[in-house]
Design a protein around this ligand. Structure first.
Ligand code: C5P
Length: 295
């Protein structure tokens, strides 16, 4: 049996750090969104072992690859002693704030349930996903979600729609762990002031279906300070007519929202240059996401 699936990217409409937790992670409140830009993963049953094929120079093919880790975890948990060859067509930039590795891991868990004929209870699927990375559980739901906890506790919200997005990545790799490690000291006052307000984010998405959403990412503070080029990209996108511009996740991809295809094409022409990704995309609703992945 061979299964081929897209592995979609995400952006964060908002990301707030509520505090530092005893386990070293940061308590988050974030609005996540699946978008149309995707890798492609092909799963092929083999006799035994886990084999990763990918011709992208920045993607490891050994057991450090999140797809490899997902397949190992799934095999250990279910006892399904079968093999798989996964071919990754990498289109998303790596270490870019678009959730590429997490999405690949989530799609692997979804595909292996079918390939190895071993369905998981939803509770187990989410818990295996969270062990692989904070963003992984979101990719079992898709659309617009509120993420709290490490970002791994996800709640579906009313879909936000944006037809004319442009993603810009200047090839600056950003290591998520280092971004969190370089955050300014958090005060408990701030955490306490924000902690009970999760519903505010939920209400914000209902309002956002008719009004422009308030884009806000607190991880921009350390990342833009370290990489001033990102400030320049944001400014150039604004000057090219973008209605909103924000860094996604821990960066370094910046996304912009435009009002028309024409405005977006203009910006794409203005910003395109060798070595940069300048990719048009749109939001992917939860229904569309789940239909495409069959989950
Ligand atoms: O969960 P994930 O492996 O994607 O996280 C990568 C790193 O980012 C973690 O090791 C941690 O240092 C940091 N992180 C954090 N708080 C979060 C999510 C990630 O401090 N909520």
């Amino acid at each position: 049996m061979i299964i081929t699936l897209p592995s979609f990217a995400k952006i964060n409409w908002t990301l707030e750090i509520l505090g530092k937790r005893p386990d070293g992670y940061h308590e988050l409140r974030t609005l996540l969104q699946t978008i149309s830009f995707a890798d492609e993963l092909t799963f092929e049953a083999i006799e035994r072992g886990i084999e990763i094929r990918c011709d992208h120079p920045d993607v490891p093919r050994d057991e450090t690859n999140l797809v490899h880790r997902a397949a190992t975890l799934f095999g250990d948990f279910t006892g399904a002693g079968k093999g798989v060859r996964v071919t990754i067509k990498k289109r998303l930039p790596v270490a870019a704030g678009l959730g590429g590795g997490s999405s690949n891991a989530a799609v692997t868990l979804l595909a292996l349930q079918k390939l190895w004929e071993t369905p998981l209870a939803p509770r187990d699927l989410f818990s295996l996903g969270a062990r692989l990375g904070s963003d992984v559980p979101f990719f079992f739901i898709g659309g617009t979600c509120l993420g709290v906890g490490r970002g791994d506790e996800v709640y579906p919200l009313a879909d936000i729609h944006a037809e004319y997005l442009l993603l810009v990545n200047a090839g600056i790799p950003v290591v998520t762990r280092e971004v969190y490690a370089n955050l300014p000291e958090l005060t408990n006052q701030k955490a306490v002031a924000k902690m009970p307000l999760s519903l505010e984010a939920a209400y914000a998405t209902i309002a956002a279906s008719s009004e422009p959403i308030q884009l806000h990412n607190e991880l921009e503070i350390p990342v833009l300070a370290r990489h001033p080029l990102l400030l320049e990209i944001k400014e150039r996108l604004r000057q090219s007519g973008a209605r909103g511009v924000l860094m996604s996740g821990s960066g370094s991809t910046v996304f912009a929202i435009f009002d028309s295809d024409q405005a977006r094409s203009g910006a794409q022409n203005d910003l395109s240059q060798p070595g940069w990704l300048c990719e048009p995309a749109r939001t992917l609703s939860r229904a569309e996401y789940r239909h495409t992945l069959g989950c």
